[in-house]
Design a protein around this ligand. Structure first.
Ligand code: ATP
Length: 235
């Protein structure tokens, strides 16, 4: 479904990713793990078109998407939930969700139906529909950020640190919901510092260090790998 080949991206002189190869098959949950500054966020932003790659190739469903503007990438079916949620704090929950629906609205298709789907996944958002985003708890804001992305009816969801700063009970809920979203047919590429939880949820994973992929394998391979255990699982 998605293939990155030799992708490089930088911030001015800082080379954030240096020749990344990643593949995601339709229906999978794949995670990217790695420490701070490893290049995980940059990888997601390069896929979603917010950053342009300096070199390499990104193909989504057989089409090259390098240098495609972000709104066109959303139209093709990729949506990113950014780190730190980035919801609109002064808009209501409903308005935040509507902001994610520009593609469906433009196509004149099922905004209401999609919102019902989001409300079924996150019933608390239905209850809080008229409340402004900024007054929600951290966990509810994360649900809203995921819900807003789902309003574009994506085929591939890019999730950047969905568990960051959440209470453990909320982390479990968010991870369960990611599984439900995937069961509903959405492919997921997940960036997480919480490597153990991310690997348990994913079928496969990639380890990023210093802007390159240093390891990749199935959930079992990575969970049992001594280097992964030591560096990322605290064992
Ligand atoms: P984190 O979990 O801390 O976000 P990450 O693995 O997502 O880490 P990136 O945010 O992709 O890592 O950062 C990769 C490299 O690019 C780091 O060296 C970082 O300092 C640098 N970097 C990230 N954002 C910027 C920016 N806006 N300007 C300059 N350098 C940046």
């Amino acid at each position: 479904m998605l293939k990155l080949s030799g992708v490089h991206a930088s911030y001015g002189p800082i080379k954030a990713i240096r020749g990344i190869d990643i593949e995601v098959q339709e229906g999978e949950i794949v995670c990217l793990i790695g420490s701070n500054g490893a290049g995980k966020t940059t990888t997601l932003m390069t896929i979603s078109g917010i950053m342009q790659p300096d070199a390499g190739n990104i193909v989504f469903q057989g089409r090259e998407i390098n240098n495609t503007p972000p709104h066109r990438i959303v139209e093709q079916g990729i949506c990113q939930v950014p780190e730190g949620r980035r919801i609109f704090p002064r808009l209501t929950v409903m308005e935040n969700l509507e902001m994610g629906a520009f593609i469906l609205r433009r196509a004149g298709r099922g905004v209401k139906k999609q919102m019902e789907k989001v409300f079924d996944l996150f019933p608390v958002l239905r209850d809080r529909g008229g409340q402004t985003g900024g007054t929600l708890s951290g966990g509810e804001q994360q649900m809203l950020a995921v819900g807003r992305a789902l309003m574009s009816n994506p085929k591939l969801l890019l999730l950047d640190e969905p568990s960051l700063g959440l209470a453990p009970i909320m982390v479990s809920k968010i991870f369960r919901t990611i599984r439900d979203i995937n069961s509903d047919g959405v492919t997921v590429l997940l960036v997480e510092q919480n490597a153990r939880a991310a690997l348990k949820l994913s079928g496969r994973g990639y380890v990023l260090e210093g802007g390159i992929v240093t390891m990749h394998g199935s959930r079992e391979e990575l969970l049992l790998n001594p280097d992964v255990k030591k560096a990322y699982l605290g064992e």
